[in-house]
Design a protein around this ligand. Structure first.
Ligand code: NA7
Length: 541
């Protein structure tokens, strides 16, 4: 049921509401339609695209190869779309998403500029009542949160930000109109993947660029380039087989898995393997050299030191090279970054690096940024300070489940759900790419299809069998939480403060937020649950 507030409210039945019109939400709409459901997508933005709509900062680019980071559900789409670059830029990905929306005629069921503010479950009717910031109210049997893993920008919490008289931008809320850096003294705060991509592009144009770094990233070269017609044709010729391999893979990308420990190899052999990976330019290239990079600190240190040696060889000033060298956390326990000319940018005379560990920011002033070392006078500040990842987008909606329990209370000590899909007490509410699922540890284009397809099959099963409610059983949910934590504990991930552990947001519970067991194992578990009649779920009519 859809109503606007007021007596003349129009009404029409809706089987399902999808929240978010990014890659996940659009595919979910497509699948629900194929099922014959009435479905609508509610999207806060002015346009479709999700992550690729919002993150339009200079240099924004995917760090998975374009021919892998795309939908696989339509062989025709695979053949007709032509990617231009090895790693697609944000505008190219947005064009692709628009093409898909047009090709599958999806726009008609997407309501833009409509932010879902509240969702309340009515236990008697087994229906969700959604409220939005436009006054539109919607009632639906199923709700699918396709709200993205990285869609709530993190408040950097730096005092004085409002007092700055120059321009301020956040990479994740970049304006649609052109932003010129010409002749400007620009600061970038943050050196995660967004900062790493933006910094060289801003440096190209700005009069001066000052980078404020708290923690250095491990940045690997993307070796981005235009795709050659022959390689496009070659992959297209075997796309069906390639897509199948992606689906069955550990992380949604196809590669030969390593077989040996880094510690079994001698230094010459290791260095050769790392050099080869460095030259290939894959985000996970170095991770894939040996079996134990993510599980053994000593093995990890061999890669970490290799990256540091690369930094030293690129950056002219040894002191700057040292500041750029990560030493406080193992390689890849925070997401590594794929960069283009990132380290070389620090050799430019108008680019400087401020180490916030030794000279922290005290305040933003009307003229610029004051650290413990003095004031930096600026015309523009760019925050590249990241996101309230994985749980932020769900918790920004006031979701109230069975018995009037708010999701914020249920998740007070960290997210809880079964298979990363449904939280106990919040029936018929599914999440795509949410916490405790493989999501950000994989090629999300592959993960989202797996989850959307599972959710669609599940809804089809419920409808076929006259079931009106699916909920997670509390014990299955608890077991899943234990399993996710156990799998993470076998790796080096949980020991590090990062957005993977929620540690980047003050006050956020510290929990490892993704399923590190691999998409292949995850898929198998989801499929087994479905095959066995949705074990671990409570079904009722
Ligand atoms: P990230 O990876 O969370 O990076 C944020 C960066 O901003 C990181 O270097 C932070 O340092 C820094 N930061 C955050 N808050 C502050 C404050 N208050 N002061 C100084 N520096 C700060 O976000 P990105 O947008 O770059 O990338 C997110 C993901 O999006 C990326 O991994 C891809 O998957 C796509 P810290 O490390 O916390 O010390």
């Amino acid at each position: 049921m859809v109503t606007t507030s007021g007596p003349q409210a129009a009404a029409r039945p809706v089987d399902a509401v999808v929240v978010g019109a990014g890659l996940s939400g659009l595919y979910q709409l497509h699948r629900l339609r194929q099922l014959g459901l009435t479905a609508m997508v509610l999207e806060a933005g002015d346009d479709i695209g999700g992550t690729w709509y919002w993150n339009r900062y200079p240099g924004a680019r995917c760090d998975i190869e374009s021919m892998s980071y795309s939908y696989s559900f339509s062989p025709e789409l695979d053949q007709e779309w032509e990617w231009r670059e090895r790693y697609a830029s944000q505008p190219e990905i947005l064009r692709y998403i628009h093409h898909v929306a047009d090709r599958f005629d999806l726009r008609g069921d997407v309501m833009l500029r409509t932010r879902v503010t509240r969702a309340v479950y009515d236990q008697d009717s087994h229906l969700w009542h959604l409220s939005t910031d436009t006054g539109l109210a919607v009632t639906a049997r199923f709700v699918i949160l396709a709200t993205g893993c990285m869609s709530v920008p993190k408040d950097p919490g730096i005092p004085g930000a409002d007092s700055f008289t120059g321009a301020v931008h956040h990479t994740a809320r970049w304006p649609r109109e052109d932003v010129s850096f010409a002749g400007k003294r620009v600061a970038v705060i943050g050196t995660g993947c967004s900062g790493v991509q933006a910094i060289p592009v801003i440096a190209d144009e700005a009069a001066s660029l000052t980078v404020f770094q708290r923690t250095p990233a491990y940045v690997l070269p993307a070796h981005n380039r235009p795709l050659r017609p022959a390689e496009i044709a070659q992959l297209k010729a075997r796309y069906p087989e390639f897509r199948r391999a992606q689906r069955l893979s550990r992380g949604g990308t196809v590669f030969e898995p390593p077989t040996r420990s880094a510690l079994e190899a001698d230094e010459t052999e290791r260095t050769a393997a790392y050099e080869a990976a460095w030259d290939e330019g894959f985000l996970n290239g170095l991770l894939r050299t040996y079996t134990d990079i993510l599980t053994d600190e000593k093995a990890n240190e061999t890669v970490a030191e290799f990256v540091r040696s690369k930094i030293r060889s690129i950056v002219d000033d040894p002191a700057t090279a040292e500041l750029l060298s990560p030493r406080t956390y193992p390689f890849a326990t925070k997401r590594p970054c794929l960069g283009t000319d990132y380290y070389a940018t620090y050799n430019l005379p108008h680019v400087s690096l401020v180490d916030l560990r030794t000279t922290p920011i005290e305040t933003i002033t009307p003229r610029g940024i004051r650290t413990s070392d003095g004031e930096h006078v600026l015309d523009m500040i760019v925050f590249a300070t990241g996101f309230d990842a994985l749980t932020g987008s769900q918790l920004s909606i006031d979701i109230v489940g069975k018995g009037g329990v708010p999701l914020r209370d249920r998740w007070a000590e960290g997210p809880r759900n079964y298979l990363g899909l449904v939280t106990a007490g919040f029936p018929n509410l599914f999440t795509v790419l949410g916490p405790l699922s493989p999501s950000v540890l994989t090629n999300i284009a592959v993960s989202l299809e797996q989850q959307v397809e599972w959710i669609t099959d599940c809804i089809a099963h419920l409808r076929r069998n006259g079931i009106t409610e699916i909920d997670a059983a509390p014990d299955a949910e608890a077991d899943w939480g234990v399993h996710v934590a156990e799998v993470a504990d076998r790796t080096l991930y949980p020991v590090v403060d990062s957005w993977y552990t929620g540690a980047n947001v003050p006050g956020k519970p510290r929990v490892f937020l993704a399923y590190a067991g691999g998409l292949d194992r995850y898929r198998e578990q989801c499929d087994t649950v479905a095959r066995n009649g949705y074990t671990g779920f409570l079904l009722s009519s």
